[in-house]
Every structure is written in structure tokens, then in C-alpha cells.
Design a protein around this ligand. Structure first.
Ligand code: SF4
Length: 461
């Protein structure tokens, strides 16, 4: 008679991840730990023994979204643990949702994992305990072909509109060899694009005095330029060079040193620099770091060294005290700067931020009107820049492949080097070959453009 050993059912955890890419990285790390402890992931509410909601508490609108997500998880499943930035406001969460099982704050991996153990104890048994320990790269909420690489946590600045330093503490940089090891594993596991993130990427290593660690056979400093150079040497199992994109870079003078790496092809020619404003008086009131630099001159110099560089930034309109002249200064600056990608936000007070105490709030109607004007200018600039790409050939990474249409033609969506996932534009492709895969690098002939996206066909197809 055949006897079979019944495996104990693995406990399943559901995850709702809200907020920025940094929160997504936290979610990935929490799930990696839980997997190592023998938990399985549930793709839906119904199959989960417990649901984790990783919240964002940055703006009031994000808090509302977080509370709504907690409410949905409670009504769909009932057993909910809350973590993330809004976890620091346990009272507000309990007031809205008293049934929540546990609440932990941002970056408290151990406490979240403990709470899951307490409320859904892991199944024990020889088979479950033999589950191999996954590497940090194993659980990814981002598609397999791109990965966020978090190099530090926290921030040493005190921008008036921001509560990140209160939520996440002072800058704490990771060891450079640990970052490089994680990047290497990710690339070995199929990542074709690394997105370097932190609160302040150009400050990487300042807190640990840019300490050196051995990587392969040579010392490497915990410094943005050294890290970028090493990341640029990685190779995929197929021998390709992954794209490496730097996010949240402040224009400190040493940023100039990474531009030649882009010209050499070691780094993706893309910089995400959150300028937030241009008028000196507004920047002073915002208490922005590195705002004294002559940014327009430096942008020009960067473009001379690396003509393909794409610069993305975000701006806030309607900051307290912003006059019509300040705003016009910003518009003129944008015309001059000719940025490739721009996100604009209407100022919104954040509970606990110093900016809330500033005089002269800008009326909502004025904020709206300024927002519309800034969008009009930046869309016009973007459309003109993209129109110049029509007729050129550009490298593109494939994100998604569609189903064949009635004629058997397959379309696909990709991104150029000027497009970071989720925040920038796309490249829409027609008639792609049937064997095209997500994460493939292709060369595209650009046929058309609009204000944000490009349209084209893969070279030779
Ligand atoms: S640099 Fe300013 S906006 Fe960015 S995290 Fe630090 S305090 Fe916040």
C-alpha cells in the first residue's frame, strides 16, 4: 500500500503595498523574511491567513488612501496587520479601524514579522523547515526585469514641507559591498534595469564617512560615483549591460562626476533631480539642500558632456508665500532648463511639517491656476523634445507584450532610457516579433511622438 505524508498547510500572507518605490522595497524585504520563515504568499484576500497593508502617510491624501485600503482588507479578509509610514499614527488607524490586529511603523521589519508570527503562527514540520532560505532578491513586487536598489534610509535635511526625517530618521547608508552584492544577485536573477533609490542619493555614504569595503579584488568607497561605476560593470547572464538609473539626486557639486560615466555608457543617461522650485526666495523658505548651485549653467555643462542625458524633476506650486513673480521666475527657468520629464504638484500641508506654520498660504484657486500653467509649459517642452526623436533609432527595454490582434499583429510597450518605470512615458511598438520577451533590449525606429510618449517599430522588423 502506498502511504503518503501529508504536508502541513503553509500559512499564507496577503500584501497590499501603497506609496513610493521605497515602500515597495520595504514590502519586498518583509515578504522575503516571511518566505524564509515558511510562509507562502496569497495573491488574493480570500486565500490569506493574514493581510499586511504597507501604508504611506506622507500627504493627507495618501493617509486617506491608506485608511481606505485598510478598510477594504478588513471587509474582505478581517485579519489585518498595518505597517509602513502611517504606522507611526497608530491612534488615527485604531480610531478608524479598531479591528486591526497590529500596527508597526516604517522600516520595522522585525516587528512586522513578529506580528505575523503571533497572529498566524507558521506551520511547523520537516518539509516546511527545509524550505531554502531565499536571497534578498527572491521576493519582488516589481516585474522581474527591473528592480529598485535601496542604498540608504532616512535623510539629514529638513525641507520645510517634508516629514521624512521625522518618519525615517537621519541618513543611514548601507555598506557598499552589501549594495553591490544585492545588485549582482538581482542581475543574475534576471534584472535588466536597476533603479537606485534613497531619500538623498547624492549624500550616500556621508554618514559612514564614505567607508571603503573590498568588492571583488579592489576597495570601493560608499560614495555615489564609486557605486555608480561598479554598478555599470555588472553583466546579465546573457552578457548584456543592465541599465542603471539614479533617482533622488540633489545637485551637489560632486554630482558632476557621474555625468562622464553616462557619456562612457556605464550609467543610463538619466538623472532624477527633485528641484521643487527655482525662485531663490521660495527655495530658501523650503530649506532645500544644494540650492545655491548655479543649476542652469551646470545643466548646460552636463549636456555638453553627455548630449543624450534626460533630466527629470518635480516641482511644487503654491508653496506658502509664493508670489506671482516667484511663479513667473519658475516658468522662465523651466523654459531655459528644457527638462525632459517634469512632475508638478500643488502644495499640500503635511501634518507635522514646518511649512504649515509659514505665513501667506496660497489660495487653492491660485494653486490650481499655477498648476495648469506649469503643466502647459512643461508639456509643450516635452512634446517638442520628443518630436525631435522622430526618425531616430533608440534603445528600448520591453515592459509588456500584447495579444495578437485580428490580423495577427502583436503590439508591445517599452521604455527608452529617458523613461523610468511608473513615472515617465512609454514607447509603444507595433508589429513586434512573436518571440519578443519582457525585459528584452531592442533598437526602435521612432515613427511618431506626442507630449509624453513615443511610437515606433523594432529595427529590422
Ligand atoms: S531632502 Fe528634503 S524632501 Fe528629501 S527626504 Fe530629506 S527633508 Fe525630505
Amino acid at each position: 500500500m502506498n502511504t503518503t505524508t501529508k504536508l502541513p498547510d503553509q500559512k499564507k500572507v496577503g500584501m497590499v503595498s501603497l506609496g513610493c518605490p521605497k515602500a515597495l522595497v520595504d514590502s519586498e524585504r518583509i515578504l522575503t523574511r516571511l518566505r524564509a520563515d515558511g510562509y507562502a504568499m496569497s495573491p488574493d484576500y480570500a486565500g490569506a491567513d493574514v493581510v499586511l497593508v504597507n501604508t504611506c502617510g506622507f500627504l493627507d491624501s495618501a493617509k486617506e488612501e491608506s485608511l481606505a485600503a485598510i478598510g477594504e482588507a478588513i471587509s474582505e479578509n478581517g485579519r489585518v496587520i498595518v505597517t509602513g509610514c502611517m504606522g507611526d499614527e497608530a491612534e488615527a488607524i485604531r480610531a478608524a479601524h479598531p479591528q486591526v490586529l497590529a500596527i508597526t511603523g516604517a522600516h520595522q521589519y522585525e516587528q512586522v514579522v513578529e506580528a505575523v508570527h503571533e497572529h498566524a503562527p507558521p506551520s511547523q514540520g520537516p518539509f516546511i523547515d527545509l524550505i531554502p532560505q531565499p536571497s534578498e532578491a527572491d521576493i519582488k513586487l516589481t516585474p522581474r526585469h527591473y528592480s529598485y536598489l535601496k542604498i540608504s534610509e532616512g535623510c539629514n535635511h529638513s525641507c520645510a514641507f517634508c516629514i521624512i526625517p521625522q518618519l525615517r530618521g537621519k541618513l543611514a547608508s548601507r555598506r557598499v559591498d552589501a549594495v553591490l552584492r544585492e545588485a549582482e544577485k538581482l542581475v543574475a536573477a534576471g534584472t535588466k534595469e536597476l533603479l537606485v533609490i534613497s531619500q538623498d542619493t547624492s549624500a550616500y555614504g556621508v554618514d559612514i564617512r564614505h567607508e571603503e569595503r573590498m568588492w571583488k579584488d579592489h576597495p570601493v568607497r560608499a560614495h555615489m560615483t564609486d557605486l555608480a561605476r561598479e554598478l555599470g560593470q555588472l553583466k546579465t547572464p546573457g552578457g548584456e549591460q543592465p541599465w542603471v538609473r539614479l533617482h533622488y539626486v540633489y545637485p551637489y557639486p560632486h554630482v558632476d562626476a557621474v555625468i562622464p560615466l553616462m557619456a562612457e555608457g556605464l550609467l543610463t543617461p538619466y538623472l532624477d533631480i527633485p528641484f521643487q522650485h527655482a525662485a531663490p526666495s521660495v527655495l530658501r523658505r523650503m530649506k532645500r539642500p544644494a540650492n545655491e548651485a548655479k543649476v542652469l549653467e551646470r545643466l548646460k555643462a552636463w549636456r555638453e558632456i553627455c548630449p543624450d542625458i534626460a533630466i527629470r524633476s518635480s516641482f511644487v506650486v503654491g508653496f506658502p508665500g509664493e508670489t506671482e513673480d516667484d511663479f513667473k521666475y519658475l516658468l522662465d527657468w523651466l523654459e531655459e532648463a528644457q527638462l525632459d520629464r517634469v512632475g508638478a504638484f500643488r502644495f499640500e500641508p503635511v501634518e507635522g511639517a514646518q511649512a504649515n506654520a509659514l505665513p501667506d498660504p496660497v489660495p487653492e484657486a491660485v494653486k490650481e491656476e499655477r498648476y495648469a500653467r506649469v503643466m502647459e509649459v512643461t508639456e509643450r517642452i516635452s512634446a517638442a523634445k520628443l518630436a525631435k526623436k522622430v526618425g531616430t533609432r533608440i534603445p528600448v527595454i520591453i515592459d509588456e507584450i500584447g495579444e495578437p490582434d485580428d490580423d495577427g499583429d502583436i503590439g508591445a510597450t517599452g521604455r527608452s532610457q529617458a523613461d523610468a518605470p511608473e513615472i515617465d512615458g512609454a514607447v509603444y511598438l507595433r508589429n513586434v516579433p512573436a518571440d519578443l520577451q519582457q525585459g528584452d533590449f531592442v533598437t526602435v525606429e521612432v515613427e511618431d511622438a506626442d507630449a509624453h510618449d513615443l511610437y515606433g517599430v523594432i529595427e529590422g522588423s
